[in-house]
Design a protein around this ligand. Structure first.
Ligand code: F3S
Length: 277
């Protein structure tokens, strides 16, 4: 069986930076991360061994340091840390920080902010928290409710960095066609689009596709959707232990890609197991 590995598989720049920052942290001080640093159990476990735990809220947890993960957090978290004299190690991906600054500035300039993404995703919660009035959050075009909008207002549109470009384009086009006063900035991270384009190309050339990453990782799920639409035998796995030999019977060419929070050693293990199959 020929095995193709996507060049863009695995940690993106922002995730690698956040993970490196977490591992370099002086953990003799009481240190927490707000949420898991990435959606990967191995990394979470290694950080736990180093004495760094993850919490959901800062409430009532005595700490010296707080690591903010690549997804970023609302502005109020920095304020809370400052008030509690907690040192912040800010591992927010610089591309996400740029969106925080953009929405904050455009709101001050009088724009209403439209944020395209999943309202429950931490990155979207974080971005929303950099506006005073809150954003209009849209998951897809069907959530676009024109009765909420005004032809007299100005709208600034950005999206989750890991969102599908086609969904964003559809919403922007619908607003343009309806004549709204909009300013759109494409905030989809090129790491995501490169990974998605490569996955798309690969999935159309192979008989089976393996997507490695967590079910909780939105960019992994997007990869799975893209590959699944082109290659019916697409399998989404956390790690090598989830590969089933029978799924690859008669397959001559398999493609492998991985979400942004999949460590290199997990990818290597999957490749080794596929080679054995
Ligand atoms: Fe940053 Fe792009 Fe990764 S926004 S966290 S480099 S997917």
């Amino acid at each position: 069986m020929e095995i193709l590995l996507a060049k863009s598989a695995g940690f993106c720049f922002g995730v690698k930076r956040a993970v490196d920052m977490a591992f370099k942290t002086d953990s003799t001080k009481k240190t927490y991360t707000l949420g898991h640093i990435i959606h990967n159990e191995t990394v979470t476990h290694q950080l736990h061994e180093k004495g760094i735990e993850s919490i959901e809220h800062m409430d009532h947890v005595p700490m010296d340091q707080l690591i903010i993960r690549a997804h970023g957090v609302p502005e109020e978290v920095y304020q809370e840390a400052y008030e509690k004299s907690v040192h912040v190690i800010d591992a927010t991906c610089p591309y996400v920080t740029k969106i925080h600054k953009l929405v904050s500035r455009h709101e001050k300039e009088g724009f209403n902010i439209i944020l395209i993404g999943d309202a429950n995703h931490p990155e979207i919660i974080g971005i929303n928290g950099w506006t005073k009035k809150g954003c209009i959050i849209l998951k897809n075009k069907s959530e676009l409710d024109f009765s909420q909008l005004s032809q007299d207002a100005r709208y600034f549109i950005v999206s989750q960095t890991t969102y599908k470009k086609a969904v964003v384009d559809e919403i922007v086009e619908a607003l343009e066609q309806a004549g709204y006063n909009i300013k759109f900035m494409n905030t989809i991270c090129s790491a995501t689009s490169e990974r998605q384009n490569e996955a798309r190309e690969m999935a159309s050339q192979v008989e089976a596709m393996v997507v490695i990453g967590s079910r909780h990782s939105s960019n992994t799920q997007k990869l799975y959707e893209i590959c699944g639409s082109l290659c019916p035998k697409t399998y989404c796995i956390d790690d090598a232990s989830m590969l089933k030999e029978e799924d690859f019977e008669g397959i001559e060419k398999v493609g492998v890609t991985a979400g942004a929070s999949t460590p290199a050693d997990v990818i290597d293990e999957v490749l080794t197991k596929l080679q054995q199959i």
